[in-house]
Each structure stands twice: as structure tokens, then as C-alpha cells.
Write a protein that binds this ligand. Structure first.
Ligand code: ATP
Ligand code: MG
Length: 565
């Protein structure tokens, strides 16, 4: 490709709402442009990167024995009604009607559609296992589309679904997909972790996420500091141990104690001169269900924070939202003074409070706390509710946990038979008996990965594409296009490299050298060959974009050296 012909509108201006490097550089480097909120066009260079990632994903999946299909992006709502998700999925699901008043959705994920493809077509255990995938557009009407390609509304995902005769075979495939996804990320040159995850709205039991480590990641991940242990989990699912400060000396005479206007954990700890691990924190939320809304309480230890996803899983709500003092008053609760005694709303208690005594909790009376509360033998509903913190102990090995930031790029689920049962998709087993398929499902964000490569590989000048993600590997920059010798050498090298099948672009524009160099740094091809003044002495310069180091190479050796790269 010649730069002079390439449609690559690079600019100095970043979009107003862009805060992350990947968003800024992908727009400035002429890879993508926004056409609507959370909707992006891919320009030639962006499309090249997207296609490279797509083909790596395809190669690795095909090698693992999965088969590519393509499902309709527009999905009949009736399939979503069969699974029960039409109501449950919430506002991310874009629903619409056609001219005949039939209802449809824009597929945010395709469990229903894939089960529908397979049911009544795969009839016997002999045709199993089967792993089908597509690399196709998804639409999710995200509440806050942002960060460019990282959280779009329209995006490209590889979604795969596997069908098995039993649990054990599904688990084998799940492990194979974990390996396959890891290989894809390795090839893309990404530093990542596979972490235990929450299963979210898709349902199912075991699930893992592939997290690329990045300071700007939206997800908190908990990692064991003991490398040989390897425990890693999304904070939404992370388990941890922490006794909190326990002092044998502490004694309390049970009873109400006046605590005028003292509501926060901090003020209480000060007031009683006691560590926060002796206090009980009450967090009130409004839980939204299919058919009702109600105030729900969660109790955690004073030195812990409530993890909202765990809380939502505990009560089974579709969503938890904030509540206010008046809503609390309506159910007889006084904000700042809530304790787990004689309350009329549903409540859940964190495991770390089980059997704990003596504790201080709200007195359920204005300006009173209850001192000396005991959780011993209380038949409360206990659940894992507290968020893991840096410094907590690992549940596997007891070593200290650390917290770091990640971007989720892939999510693999052991789905089980939830969808096949709901959609009545069965096969005949060895005894001729109809059984629902046991399923796994596997997603990887292809367009998100374009941005993720840049989040992990950039500097203050622009992008640094990794070898397998790069739109072109080599950028031959003719320093002065009017210099005939430079032009001729650049052209000849370009021809030679193209014929050798190397991915090369020739910067043959009649622009200043500095401008062309700036584009190289912003766009981020892995290497540049500068054909400039040195040519008179028989040399060209080779620039490594990753380090920006330059070295002079004899012009007769440059082709061979580039080939070796
Ligand atoms: P997130 O937690 O980031 O919202 P998710 O859990 O909803 O993602 P999945 O349903 O597991 O995502 O989808 C599989 C993959 O699709 C994700 O790992 C991610 O790479 C990609 N993906 C999901 N939502 C988006 C989005 N809004 N924009 C771009 N890629 C996305
Ligand atoms: Mg997910």
C-alpha cells in the first residue's frame, strides 16, 4: 500500500469525550470514527486491524475443532420469550417491531438463536459434541457507552456455543476453550489473567473471564501474591479470608446505648474506641424483581464493603438501586441506626459475621446502637457479601491478596441445560432416551480487542501495534520525495518487500519528513525504514516503534534484516 493512496485522515484533535489512550489514538490515527453514540465506523487501517484479530480468533477456534456459522443479527422476539429472557434482559436489549407488527430484538448474545439452530437437527448423542461459533455484530443498548471501542453499543464479538451429552464432556470443552482463548491473547501480545467470574444474566455455574491487565481497566481483579497458587478472580466473585482485628479483652454488656447522631462506621469506632471489625454495617438497597420492588438489607462487618454483585446474587434481584430515608422510614427503618433485630424487610448477613460476638449494631431506634450483639446460633440467611480487599488472605493458600485493574476481553461459561430445557432442545442418549443438551458458551470481544491492544501498548506519541495485530509491519518513509535517489531506493525496496509477501506501506507523500515521522509514531506500525540523507553514504535507518530506537543499516543489508524481523 502507498500512503499517497491510503484513506487515513490522521488529526491532532482528540474527541471531546475521549479520556483513554486507545480511544484518543484510534480516532487521531484514522482507524475509527464515531457515527453515533457507541457506534463506530472502521476506516481502512482500523478494518485491517479488526480483520487481523478476527482471523487469529478464527484460526485458533478452527484448530480447536469449532465450526464457524453466521446467525441472523435480527432475532425474533419469540425465541427470547421461550427462554424467558425477553422480560428479564432489561434495557440493554433493543426491541422493535416490523411493518407486520412482529417483534424482534437486535442480538446482544445468541444462546436462543444457536439452540434453535441445533434443536431438531442434532438428534443423537452420536452427533455430539458440537461447538459452533460466529464472529458477528452485536448490539447492546448500554447505559453508558464510552471509551471508544471498549464499550460500544454496536460491537463485534466472537460468540461460541457447545453442545454435549454430559457435564464431563462440557467441562473438557470448557478447558479447551480456556486454552484456545489464552492462545489468541498470547498471539496478540497481551498480558492477561484468567479469573474466576460471576455468571451474570446469561446464567449457568462455573465461569471464567479473560482479563487483560491495564491501569485503565473497569474491572477490579483479585490476585494471590503467591505465584505458585495462581488464584485470581474478578472482585465480583472473589472469595477471601479476613478475621479482622480480634481482641480477647473486649467485653460488652448487652443493651441499647445512646449514640446521638453517630451514624457512620468511622464515628462509631471513634466513639466506642474500638476497631471497625466489632461494628456491623447495614446497607439498604431497593431490589427490583420481575413483579415487585422492595427494600432489602445487607449486613457486613464494619471494616468490610458490600460487593453489589454478590448482594444481587444473594437476593436474586434483577437490579439493586439506591434507596432513601423516606423509603426506609416507610418500612420502619432509621438510616444510620439499623440492626438485624426484629426487622420486617428481607435481609442477608455476610458469612464473616457468622458466630461473631460481641458486636455493636444499630439499635433500630433513633440515636441508639445495640452493644454486645451476638451472631451465635442466629438462623439468619448468610451469604458471601463482602468485597475482597488488598491484604485479605487467599482462600486457597492463605497468602496475601492483591488488587489490580483489568479489561474483560473474554468470558467462558459452563452453561448446563438451562437454555436447552427452556427451548426444549433434546437429543437421544445411548438408551434412546431424550435428554436436554448440556451446553457451554464462550465469548470474546473482537472489536474491544482492537482497543485493548492499544491500552496495553502505547506511549505519549501514539499506538504501538503488536506484531500480529499490526495493520502493516513496515513503513518505508522516503524522507524527501523530490530526491530521485531516495525515491528510487524506496520504490525498489517496497517492490522487493511486497513481492516477498511482507506487509509493507510506502510513505511516498510529498510531505515534510517530520510530518511523516509523526504519522508513523501516531499510527504505530512496528518498524519504519527511513530512506534519507544517509543514503548518499549507503545507509538507511531502521526505527523500532516499541522503543523508538534508531539504528543505521547498510542499504544492501536492509532487506535481509527486515526479513529476519
Ligand atoms: P462487560 O462486563 O464488560 O459489560 P459482559 O460481561 O457484558 O461485558 P459478555 O456478555 O461476557 O460481556 O460478552 C463477551 C465479550 O464481549 C466480553 O468479554 C467483551 O469482550 C465483549 N463485550 C461485551 N460488551 C461489550 C461492549 N459494550 N462493547 C464492546 N465489547 C463488548
Ligand atoms: Mg462477562
Amino acid at each position: 500500500m502507498r500512503f499517497s493512496k491510503l484513506f487515513v485522515p490522521t488529526t491532532k484533535e482528540a474527541p471531546k469525550d475521549a479520556v483513554l489512550p486507545s480511544h484518543i489514538y484510534l480516532v487521531r490515527g484514522g482507524f475509527i470514527s464515531q457515527i453515533g453514540s457507541g457506534i463506530y465506523n472502521f476506516l481502512p487501517l482500523g478494518k485491517l486491524v479488526l480483520d487481523r484479530i478476527r482471523s487469529i480468533v478464527k484460526e485458533e477456534l478452527d484448530r480447536a475443532g469449532a465450526q464457524e456459522v453466521q446467525l441472523g443479527f435480527v432475532t425474533p422476539a419469540s425465541l427470547w420469550e421461550e427462554s424467558g429472557r425477553y422480560q428479564k434482559f432489561g434495557k440493554e436489549l433493543l426491541r422493535f417491531k416490523d411493518r407486520k407488527n412482529n417483534e424482534f430484538v437486535l442480538g446482544p448474545t445468541h444462546e436462543e438463536a444457536m439452540v434453535d439452530l441445533v434443536r431438531n437437527r442434532v438428534k443423537s448423542y452420536k452427533a455430539l459434541p458440537l461447538n459452533l461459533y460466529q464472529i458477528n455484530t452485536k448490539f447492546r443498548d448500554e447505559a453508558r457507552p464510552r471509551y471508544g471501542l471498549l464499550r460500544g453499543r454496536e460491537f463485534l464479538m466472537k460468540d461460541g456455543y457447545s453442545f454435549h451429552a454430559d457435564e464431563e464432556d462440557m467441562k473438557r470443552e470448557f478447558a479447551l476453550m480456556e486454552q484456545t482463548y489464552s492462545k489468541i491473547l498470547d498471539r496478540l501480545g497481551l498480558d492477561f489473567r484468567v479469573v474466576e467470574a460471576d455468571s451474570g444474566a446469561i446464567g449457568g455455574s462455573g465461569s471464567r473471564e479473560l482479563m487483560v491487565l491495564a491501569d485503565n481497566g473497569e474491572d477490579d481483579i483479585v490476585i494471590c501474591s503467591n505465584e505458585s497458587c495462581g488464584y485470581a478472580a474478578n472482585i465480583e466473585a472473589a472469595k477471601s479470608l479476613n478475621e479482622g482485628i480480634v481482641d480477647d479483652e473486649v467485653e460488652m454488656t448487652p443493651g441499647l446505648f445512646a449514640t446521638p447522631d453517630i451514624k457512620t462506621i468511622e464515628d462509631l469506632a471513634d466513639f466506642f474506641k474500638i476497631p471497625a471489625s466489632y461494628l456491623v454495617k447495614a446497607v439498604a438497597k431497593k431490589a427490583i424483581y420481575d413483579d415487585r420492588e422492595e427494600v432489602v438489607l445487607f449486613f457486613v462487618r464494619g471494616d468490610d464493603e458490600l460487593q453489589e454483585v454478590k448482594a444481587q446474587n444473594a437476593c436474586g434481584a434483577l437490579e439493586l438501586v439506591d434507596t432513601d430515608e423516606s423509603e426506609l422510614e416507610a418500612v420502619g427503618l432509621i438510616a444510620g441506626f439499623i440492626g438485624p433485630m426484629e426487622i420486617k424487610v428481607p435481609f442477608y448477613v455476610d458469612e464473616r459475621l457468622r458466630d461473631r460476638e460481641p458486636m455493636i449494631c444499630g439499635g433500630n431506634q433513633k440515636d441508639y446502637h445495640f452493644v454486645g450483639f451476638s451472631f451465635k446460633d442466629k438462623a439468619f440467611e448468610y451469604a458471601d457479601l463482602a468485597s475482597a480487599k488488598a491484604g485479605d488472605q487467599c482462600v486457597k493458600c492463605g497468602c496475601e491478596l492483591e488488587i489490580t485493574k483489568g479489561i474483560e476481553v473474554g468470558h467462558i461459561f459452563q452453561l448446563g441445560d438451562g437454555y436447552s430445557k427452556a427451548l426444549n432442545a433434546t437429543f437421544l442418549d445411548q438408551n434412546g432416551k431424550a435428554q436436554p443438551f448440556i451446553m457451554g458458551t464462550y465469548g470474546i470481544g473482537v472489536s474491544r480487542l482492537v482497543a485493548v491492544v492499544i491500552e496495553q501498548h502505547h506511549d505519549e506519541k501514539g499506538c504501538k501495534w503488536t506484531w500480529e495485530s499490526a495493520p502493516y509491519h513496515f513503513d518505508i518513509i522516503i524522507s524527501n520525495i523530490k530526491d530521485e535517489e531516495q525515491s528510487a531506493f524506496g520504490e525498489a525496496l517496497y517492490q522487493q518487500m511486497s513481492e516477498a509477501g511482507m506487509r509493507v506501506i510506502l510513505d511516498d507523500r510529498s510531505e515534510r519528513f517530520g510530518f511523516k515521522m509523526g504519522d508513523f509514531e501516531l499510527i504505530g506500525f512496528p518498524y519504519a525504514v527511513i530512506v534519507g540523507k544517509g543514503l548518499k553514504e549507503g545507509t538507511v535507518e531502521l526505527v523500532d516503534r516499541a522503543t523508538l530506537q534508531k539504528r543505521s543499516v547498510p542499504k544492501d543489508e536492509i532487506f535481509q534484516q527486515l526479513k529476519e524481523l
